[in-house]
Design a binder for this molecule. Structure first.
Ligand SMILES: [Zn+2]
Length: 350
């Protein structure tokens, strides 16, 4: 073996029964634990090819893990050999790269329990319900470096690579449930369109780029979302209600809102932006109660419809198809990007 190989510091059990080599890192672990978690490892060890293998390392059978990244493999093996390393009851955003690594390898080797837990952990921030998405967004924002907090759900550029990691693994590992929220956050948290297109270079010097399928979804979905946001906030939709007590004042306020949103330039206009909640104070002083509650109710209704149609906007299958694809334990589920006509979107735009 080459002399530039290194033992992993943690995952090197002196009584381990198998040595795995990923890139330049050697892991000495237990074949029994791997067999129990993964039918692919079980078959690999059962047919005896490993124990008859010519290659050994310090007396242990050696398996070269072709195509596996050492960091991903470490996260996967650690989760199997030390369950404390993957207790994802209340994960932090900084755990996202670790979870993505576990998801990638557990999918490849069909370790279904670990795969399920990784998908569930990602749903902390990239959920399939509107309320989960909004809660996750709050958490991501509170972790971002934006100081003072800006009055829009923009996540700092530093943390943008989380969205890229999750969108990519959702496609590559057919873990499709977190995909729409990850794509949406790629639109929402990027100051301009170049970021999801070019990717970001993180503080570790690595360039994180979206896979082509994710870029395609954003290319299709981003302008639709912006158009919906513009229409919803424009004077055409945002007008005083039938029960209005002060048409003059409320009318002025609607015109002010419309003009404000039309001058936002190239920033992404987010149709999920909690406009009414954040501007309640402003609204209170400049409109009547009937209009306020009418606007809030219609905003809530429209936001729910928009969430229902979000996968279609990104040219993905609807939520129920994404959910069943994620729940499939086979790792050969068709990936996202299945062509489904986004007809429901027209109802929102028109
Ligand atoms: Zn009014």
């Amino acid at each position: 073996m080459g002399s530039d190989l290194i033992h992993d510091q943690e995952l090197w059990f002196t009584d381990g029964s198998i040595v795995l080599l990923a890139e330049k890192t050697l892991f000495r672990v237990y074949a029994g634990i791997l067999s129990r978690a993964s039918p692919i490892f079980r078959d690999m060890f059962a047919i005896g090819q490993v124990h008859n293998a010519e290659e050994t390392y310090e007396g242990c059978p050696l398996v070269v893990m072709a195509g596996d990244n050492a960091n991903d493999m470490r996260a996967f093996l650690e989760a199997l050999h030390d369950p404390r390393s993957f207790q994802m009851n209340s994960p932090k955003p900084t755990d996202i790269p670790h979870i993505v690594s576990v998801l990638r390898v557990s999918t490849k080797y069909d370790a279904i329990h670990l795969r399920r837990r990784a998908i569930e952990a990602l749903q902390t921030w990239y959920g399939d319900s509107l309320s989960a998405y909004q809660q996750g967004l709050e958490v991501l924002r509170s972790w971002s470096n934006t100081s003072p907090p800006v009055p829009s759900p923009i996540i700092s550029r530093k943390d943008f690579f989380y969205n890229i990691l999750v969108a990519n693994v959702a496609i590559e590992a057919s873990a499709t449930v977190p995909l729409p929220a990850a794509l949406l956050l790629c639109c929402v948290s990027a100051q301009d369109f170049r970021v999801p297109y070019d990717g970001v270079t993180n503080s570790d010097g690595i360039l994180y780029e979206l896979v082509p399928e994710a870029k395609r979804s954003i290319f299709i979905g981003r302008p639709v979302l912006e158009n919906i946001a513009l229409v919803r906030k424009s004077i055409r939709n945002f007008k005083s209600t039938q029960d209005c007590k002060s048409p003059g004042i409320c009318g002025d306020f609607c015109r002010m809102v419309a003009s404000k949103h039309e001058t936002r330039g190239s920033l992404f206009l987010d149709p999920f932006f909690p406009f009414f909640r954040l501007n309640r104070k402003v609204i209170s002083g400049q409109s009547c109660e009937a209009c306020r509650s009418g606007w809030e109710a219609s905003n809530k209704r429209e936001t729910e419809i928009l969430w229902r149609d979000l996968p279609l906007i990104f040219d993905l299958p609807p939520w129920d198809v994404l959910q069943s694809a994620s729940n499939e334990d086979c790792h050969e589920v068709p990936t996202a990007g299945l062509p489904v006509p986004a007809t429901a979107v027209l109802d929102l735009v028109m």
